[in-house]
Design a protein around this ligand. Structure first.
Ligand code: 6PG
Length: 240
């Protein structure tokens, strides 16, 4: 069972191909029961590789029925090289020619507090109730963070709203962030991680001890416990 939840690959391209196929399958199954499918995109650098694989499926992606969201954003302009929105526009949403009306970005240029309020409002209007994404794609940081939920940050314990702010990250860019909360992530139908192993070995090895039933939470990512079932991991780099 654990092999189904944690899929290890030698190369980023193999992991990307597998993860892209998984995402398309989930989009298609969600599309059978609803008109609009909501997908949350990750930030950082790993998504660049995943997006290359997703573009290979462009013929299967019905752009009119998918809404694209973000798991987190830096409090920067959308044109900033630090913007997750810019990265996703350059590597996926632009090449797919996704209409702006289907892209629900976090307006980092407003500053973290106002951007979080704005995004919360967007989600409330979109879901007309609790935030319930169909698919959430997450990355993993070397300190065990995911989205912009960093170790020791008060955002880790906020569970009464779907979006919150995070103090300047301990890693570059050292700017304030806006992030989905664990409650929004854990209310999604499908949650997956896509990450390299390099530099994150200790954090990733924790996955296996977790599966062995470790009790305490050492890293933020361990609070990703979707109600719908365990998150699926796509990990590339040197084998376990
Ligand atoms: C961000 C991301 C962050 C990212 C991890 C992994 O805004 O920085 O959302 O959570 O996913 O830091 O980043 P890499 O993919 O670059 O290792």
């Amino acid at each position: 069972m654990i092999d189904l939840l944690i899929r290890n690959f030698d190369s980023a391209s193999e992991a990307s191909a597998s993860a892209a196929g998984f995402i398309l399958k989930k989009i298609k199954s969600a599309g059978k029961i609803k008109d609009r499918v909501s997908v949350v995109l990750a930030g950082g650098s790993a998504p660049r590789q995943l997006n290359t694989a997703l573009l290979c499926h462009r013929g299967e992606i019905n752009a009119d029925r998918i809404d694209w969201f973000f798991g987190d954003e830096r409090a920067v302009e959308p044109e900033s090289p630090h913007s997750n929105y810019r990265m996703q526009m350059e590597t996926l949403l632009g090449p797919l020619e996704i209409s702006e009306t289907r892209i629900h970005r976090i307006r980092g240029e407003l500053g973290a507090v106002e951007a979080a309020r704005d995004y919360r409002q967007k989600l409330t209007e979109y879901f007309s109730g609790p935030t319930a994404f169909d698919i959430v794609i997450l990355g993993l940081g070397p300190d065990g963070h995911t989205a912009s939920l960093f170790p020791g940050n008060p955002s880790l314990s906020i569970d009464d709203v779907s979006v919150t702010t995070s103090a300047p990250a301990p890693m570059k860019p050292h700017v304030e962030r806006v992030t989905l909360t664990f409650s929004a992530i854990n209310n999604a139908d499908t949650v997956m991680f896509f990450t390299g192993r390099s530099g994150k070995e200790t954090v990733i090895d924790r996955l296996y001890s977790n599966s062995a039933g470790a009790l305490e939470t050492a890293y933020p990512f361990e609070s990703v416990r979707p109600k719908s079932g365990p998150a699926i991991w796509f990990i590339y780099g040197s084998e376990v």
